[in-house]
Write a protein that binds this ligand. Structure first.
Ligand SMILES: *[C@@H]1O[C@H](CO)[C@@H](O)[C@H](O)[C@H]1NC(C)=O
Ligand SMILES: *[C@@H]1O[C@H](CO)[C@@H](O)[C@H](O)[C@H]1NC(C)=O
Ligand SMILES: *[C@@H]1O[C@H](CO)[C@@H](O)[C@H](O)[C@H]1NC(C)=O
Ligand SMILES: *[C@@H]1O[C@H](CO)[C@@H](O)[C@H](O)[C@H]1NC(C)=O
Ligand SMILES: *[C@@H]1O[C@H](CO)[C@@H](O)[C@H](O)[C@H]1NC(C)=O
Ligand SMILES: *[C@@H]1O[C@H](CO)[C@@H](O)[C@H](O)[C@H]1NC(C)=O
Ligand SMILES: *[C@@H]1O[C@H](CO)[C@@H](O)[C@H](O)[C@H]1NC(C)=O
Ligand SMILES: *[C@H]1O[C@@H](CO)[C@H](O)[C@@H](O)[C@@H]1NC(C)=O
Length: 492
């Protein structure tokens, strides 16, 4: 028998969802038998249904809950659920000032275009649920370009809204028991490669101008472009994501915190065609004008596989500034670079107070890579006098094996990158290592206990440990509550 979710009449739905106690169920069932055969059959279905015991950690638990199927959702992988998501969330938004609501996406394959979240709201994607991104472009509204970018990244015009989009929200959660978002990206990658895009590709999750954001316990596969993009947000927790994209797919960055404050990213596993994490803050003159940095960012327990990109990139769009980034317990395998700074003349802004410790790397092209000549401008209107200020970059306690180049560190002539500190790093090279292991220009700093020994511009100073802050950021102390939804959901 095929497994299909059932649509219940609202009152029946209520009984099925809220009635877990079988004794209560007996009474209700008996009552309905008196009322008539049809109803009693429905209750019988209800009773034979599976119980979904949903328990999950969240910033806030909600008083109300509903299933996508209450709003006409069909999980057959073919029917569009764009309208079902929109009406569900519009309906549940009425609970924003009454304890909030959770929308549960039950087991099934739910084809959908873009939809918008609301405040004091949780979207819960069951472990056996898959959201499939629609290939029908009319299901993806065009939205204005980001003010700090001035244009779309794929095309100068507008951009398509993300699969899951939210703007100007407070207290919004997207989570699940490791449920899946499948962007069906192949359609978009093909268009990108054939230069057929006149609009910027959608992302899987984008949250703008919001605070108290949680994105957790999901598997994201085959995003059309970036996967997770919080921008102009504060107090963001991103946790337990598995992000998978073919390593040759274009621009499938994992997580891109962009002009955000107070962010905690932890326990994520990312295989992608671009940077696993790319910290950003706007592009050239547009980013300088908006002037919103990404700051107070913690990244920990990340595993990254990205043969053509970085484990953690800072930039290249960093014109609003990036400061106070703390990364620890990071693993990279078969990846092009560890923590990479990417910037250019015209960016302005700064990258400062960056702290990284306890990285384990295997099969890397570069352990350290800093690029001051990244280029890539939104348009010719950038200010050639806008030089980035890069200083206070601290790396320590790292082991890397099977490495092609230990470091390539390129500052900008007349704008040296200063205060680079590297300590306790052991690098083992590939079988046929390159001769020049540390290639440094326009950089200044120190090293201690680093093998192979660094370049002359990073002289050995010992004994010394590069700093890593002792204090904790407020976002590190935010505790998640244990939330549960007591419900049974009928499948037949
Ligand atoms: C989501 O909200 C944005 C901004 O308000 C809007 O432009 C877009 O059309 C909305 N998307 C949908 C699917 O309604
Ligand atoms: C969202 O917030 C931004 C920044 O505060 C503001 O400029 C914009 O008008 C707001 N948009 C909506 C739809 O409220
Ligand atoms: C989540 O699902 C992905 C893909 O199936 C799997 O690789 C990963 O181990 C799962 N994570 C957890 C925590 O179960
Ligand atoms: C969610 O992910 C976190 C971090 O990986 C994990 O500790 C927690 O058990 C997961 N919770 C659920 C409900 O899957
Ligand atoms: C070492 O790195 C090279 C690429 O430089 C790769 O081809 C090879 O498989 C790696 N060896 C091991 C043992 O991982
Ligand atoms: C050096 O780094 C390694 C690898 O992270 C670590 O195990 C070791 O404790 C560090 N040594 C010192 C003196 O901090
Ligand atoms: C060293 O880096 C410079 C750029 O700063 C580059 O032009 C040069 O080719 C590199 N040298 C080697 C041997 O890789
Ligand atoms: C959600 O909104 C309330 C209040 O307007 C209605 O009474 C419900 O019928 C509606 N629920 C659905 C499933 O549409």
């Amino acid at each position: 028998m095929r497994i299909l979710p059932v649509n219940f009449q609202t009152s029946m739905e209520y009984l099925c969802l809220k009635t877990r106690n079988s004794h209560v169920m007996e009474i209700i069932s008996t009552t309905f038998i008196l009322l008539g055969l049809v109803l009693s059959l429905r209750v019988a279905e209800c009773r034979s249904g599976k119980t979904l015991d949903i328990e999950f950690p969240a910033l806030n638990c909600r008083k109300h809950s509903a299933f996508l199927t209450d709003f006409g959702g069909v999980g057959d992988g073919k029917t569009s659920n764009t309208k079902a998501f929109a009406s569900a969330i519009a309906n549940l938004s009425r609970f924003a000032s009454d304890g909030g609501a959770t929308l549960v996406v039950p087991p099934g394959k739910w084809l959908t275009g873009s939809f918008n979240l609301t405040s004091h709201f949780t979207l819960y994607i069951h472990k056996d649920a898959v959201l499939l991104g629609s290939e029908d472009e009319s299901e993806w509204p065009r939205i204005p370009v980001l003010p700090s970018y001035g244009r779309g990244r794929d095309a100068p015009g507008g951009r398509l809204s993300s699969l899951i989009f939210g703007t100007n929200l407070t207290d919004v959660i997207v989570t699940g028991g490791n449920g899946t978002l499948d962007g069906q990206g192949a359609y978009w990658w093909e268009k990108f490669r054939n230069k057929k895009l006149d609009v910027t590709r959608p992302y899987l999750i984008e949250i703008m101008y919001s605070n108290q954001v949680q994105i957790s316990n999901l598997t994201l596969v085959n995003s059309p472009s970036w996967n997770v993009h919080p921008i102009y947000c504060s107090d963001v927790i991103i946790q337990g994501l598995t992000i998978l994209a073919p390593v040759d797919s274009p621009n499938t960055d994992g997580i891109n915190p962009d002009s955000c404050t107070n962010i905690r990213i932890e326990d994520c596993y990312i295989v992608s065609g671009d940077d696993c994490i790319a910290v950003k803050s706007g592009w050239d003159q547009y980013g300088i004008k908006v002037g919103m940095p990404t700051q107070h960012l913690v990244i920990r327990r990340l595993t990254c596989i990205s043969p053509d990109s970085a484990t953690i990139a800072l930039g290249s769009e960093m014109s609003g500034g990036i400061q106070d980034v703390r990364a620890e317990d990071i693993t990279a395998i078969d990846t092009q670079a560890g923590v990479r700074i990417k910037t250019a003349v015209g960016r302005g802004g700064y990258v400062k107070d960056i702290y990284v410790r306890r990285m384990t790397m295997k099969t890397m092209k570069y352990v350290f890579w800093i690029t001051g000549s990244y280029g890539s401008h939104p348009d010719p209107g950038y200010d050639p006098k806008a030089l980035p200020d890069i200083h206070g970059i601290n790396f320590r306690d790292m082991v890397a094996e099977n490495v092609t180049y230990s470091a390539r560190l390129d500052g900008i002539p007349n704008d040296p990158f200063k205060g680079i500190c590297i300590s306790n790093v052991t690098i083992t090279l590939t079988e046929k290592p390159k001769k020049l292991q540390w290639n440094c220009t326009d950089v200044q700093g120190v090293t201690s206990h680093v093998t192979p020994p660094a370049c002359d511009s990073l002289p050995e100073k010992k004994p010394m440990e590069c700093p890593f802050p002792d204090d904790r950021l407020p976002i590190e102390d935010v505790k998640l509550k244990s939330c549960s939804i007591a419900s049974s959901f009928t499948l037949f």
